[in-house]
Design a protein around this ligand. Structure first.
Ligand code: NAP
Ligand code: HSE
Length: 429
C-alpha cells in the first residue's frame, strides 16, 4: 500500500488529538483512502516536556524544524502550534518546498489566508484548514463543496466554544465568570491567551474565514466589527430570561443590497431559537442559501479529538490527492469586490439596562428621550435596588444602531440616569 508521510508541528491539544486518531483509526483510515498515513516526525520546542509519551516505531520528536523541511519523504506538514510569525514562516516554507499543509490556525488564516491559499496553488500543493473554524464540525468543505451551488445570504453562528461554555454556565448554573473561564482553560477549549476568546477576536477570525468562502470575497479579521462578552453581567442574563431571551456571543454575516455586514457581538435571542439550545463548548452555524433555505450545523467546536477529527480529514483528502496526482486544485474563490456595509447602519431591536433615580416622573423622562430618537419601546421592566435607585431594563423595537447611540448620549446627560449599564442587540429573525 502507498504510504504518505506526515510531520506535525506542535503537539498540544490539537496535535495530540490528531495523532491519537491517526494511530487508533489507522486501519480504518487506510481502508477508506487506500493509503497508509504515517506521522514520522513531531516538532516541539521542548522535547523533555514530552518525555513521558511513548511514540510508536517510526515516529520521533525533534526540536529542529529543518529536519522536517529537509526530509524529502515528508509530503504533508500539519501546523498545530498556533501564533502568527513562526507558524506563517513554517507554512510558507512548506508550500514553497512543494509540501501540502494542514493548519488549524485561524489567527493566521484570518490575517493571511487568501495569500497562503494563492501560494499553495502557485506551488501546485494543497492548503487545508477544516479545523480552523468550528473545531469538529465539517463546515469549511461543506460551504465550498456541498453548498457550492447556493447563493448564501446569511451565516449566523456560535463560533467560540469558550465563550459559549462561559455564558451557558452563567445562565444555567449562576456560575461566576472567572471560575468558568478557568474551567474552560483546564478543558483545553480556551486559546493560550483567553483574551482572544472573551473579547470576541477568535469568533471574528472564524467569521472572516467563513465569510471569505460563503460570500466569495477576500475577508480579513479587521473587516469584522467585534465586541466580546467581558461586560456581560448576571443582571442582564436574569433580565433576558424574564423577557424570554438567552444570551449568546454570535458571529453574524449578512449579504444586504448595500453590501456585506460582518459583526461579532453578544446578542439576545429568543429562548426558543435553535441557537439558544447550543450549550457548553458546542458550536453551531446557521446558513441561509437560495437552494437549501435554512440549514444548521452543530457539534463540538473545540477540544482535542473533535478538532483532531477535522485535521485528520484534511490529511486524508491530501493523501488521496497525492495518490491521484490532483494536488493544487483548490483554486481561489474570491470573485467579488469586498463591498462592506457598516455595522452601525444595521437595524435591530435592543435591550438597554440603566440605573436611575427611584423617584416620580423618571420613567416619563426616560420615555421622552426614547421618543425624541424615534425609538419605540416593546417592553420595560423595573427592579428597585434600594430606596434611592432602580434598574430599568428596556426592550426597543427594531431601529438603526445610530438611534441607540444617540439615546445613550441623551441618557448620559439626563440627571435622573445614574449609569448606562448594558446595551445588547436582540436577534429577532
Ligand atoms: P497548545 O495546546 O498550546 O499546543 C501548542 C503546541 O505547539 C505545543 O506542543 C507547543 O510546544 C507547540 N509550539 C507552539 N509554538 C511553538 C513554536 N514556536 N515552536 C515549536 N513548537 C511550538 O495549542 P492547541 O490548543 O493545540 O492549538 C493549536 C492550534 O489549533 C492553534 O492555532 C489554535 O488556535 C488551533 N485550534 C485549537 C482548538 C482547540 O480546541 N484547542 C480548536 C481549533 C483550532 P511546547 O509545548 O514545546 O511549547
Ligand atoms: N478557543 C477556541 C474556542 C478553540 O473556544 O472556540 C476552538 O477554535
Amino acid at each position: 500500500m502507498e504510504q504518505v508521510n506526515v510531520a506535525l508541528l506542535g503537539f498540544g491539544t490539537v496535535g495530540q488529538g490528531t495523532f491519537e486518531l491517526l494511530v487508533k483509526n489507522n486501519e480504518l483510515i487506510a481502508n477508506r483512502t487506500g493509503i497508509a498515513i504515517k506521522v514520522t516526525k513531531i516538532f516541539v520546542r521542548n522535547i523533555d516536556k514530552y518525555s513521558h509519551i511513548t511514540l510508536p516505531e517510526g515516529t520521533h520528536f525533534t526540536n529542529d524544524v529543518a529536519e522536517i523541511f529537509d526530509d524529502a519523504s515528508i509530503q504533508v506538514i500539519v501546523e498545530v502550534m498556533g501564533g502568527l510569525t513562526f507558524a506563517r514562516e513554517c507554512i510558507e516554507k512548506a508550500l514553497n518546498a512543494k509540501k501540502s499543509v494542514v493548519t488549524a490556525n485561524k489567527d493566521l488564516l484570518a490575517e493571511a489566508g487568501p495569500y497562503l491559499l494563492d501560494l499553495a496553488v502557485k506551488n501546485g500543493v494543497d492548503l487545508r484548514y477544516e479545523a480552523s473554524v468550528l473545531g469538529g464540525i465539517p463546515i469549511i468543505r461543506t460551504l465550498y463543496e456541498s453548498l457550492g451551488g447556493n447563493k448564501i445570504t446569511e451565516v449566523v453562528g456560535i463560533l467560540n466554544g469558550t465563550t459559549n461554555f462561559i455564558l451557558s454556565n452563567m445562565t444555567e448554573k449562576g456560575a461566576g465568570y472567572a471560575e468558568v473561564l478557568a474551567e474552560a482553560q483546564k478543558l483545553g477549549y480556551a486559546e493560550a491567551d483567553p483574551t482572544a476568546d472573551v473579547e470576541g477576536l477568535d469568533a471574528a477570525r472564524k467569521l472572516a474565514i467563513l465569510s471569505s468562502i460563503a460570500f466569495n470575497r477576500r475577508i480579513f479579521f479587521e473587516d469584522v466589527s467585534v465586541e466580546g462578552i467581558t461586560k456581560i453581567d448576571a443582571t442582564d442574563i436574569a433580565f433576558g430570561k424574564e423577557f424570554g431571551y438567552t444570551i449568546k456571543l454570535l458571529g453574524i454575516a449578512k449579504e444586504t443590497k448595500k453590501g456585506l455586514s460582518l459583526n461579532v457581538h453578544p446578542s439576545f435571542i429568543s429562548s426558543n431559537h435553535p441557537l439558544a439550545s447550543v450549550r457548553g463548548s458546542y458550536n453551531a452555524l446557521y446558513v441561509k442559501g437560495n437552494g437549501i433555505d435554512d440549514a444548521m450545523f452543530y457539534g463540538r467546536g473545540a477540544g482535542s479529538l473533535p478538532t483532531g477529527s477535522s485535521v485528520v480529514s484534511d490529511i486524508m483528502e491530501i493523501a488521496k490527492n497525492i495518490h491521484t496526482n490532483n494536488l493544487g486544485q483548490l483554486k481561489p474563490f474570491y470573485y467579488f469586490e469586498k463591498n462592506l456595509y457598516a455595522s452601525g447602519k444595521i437595524e435591530s431591536s435592543y435591550y438597554i439596562r440603566i440605573l436611575v433615580d427611584n423617584s416620580t416622573g423618571v420613567l416619563a423622562k426616560v420615555a421622552s428621550k426614547l421618543a425624541e430618537q424615534r425609538i419605540s419601546v416593546q417592553a420595560v421592566t423595573q427592579r428597585n435596588e434600594n430606596e434611592t435607585t432602580s434598574t430599568l431594563a428596556i426592550v426597543t423595537s427594531s431601529c438603526p444602531r445610530s438611534y441607540i447611540s444617540n439615546v445613550i448620549n441623551a441618557f448620559n446627560n439626563l440627571r435622573v440616569v445614574r449609569e448606562v449599564g448594558s446595551v445588547i442587540p436582540i436577534m429577532t429573525d
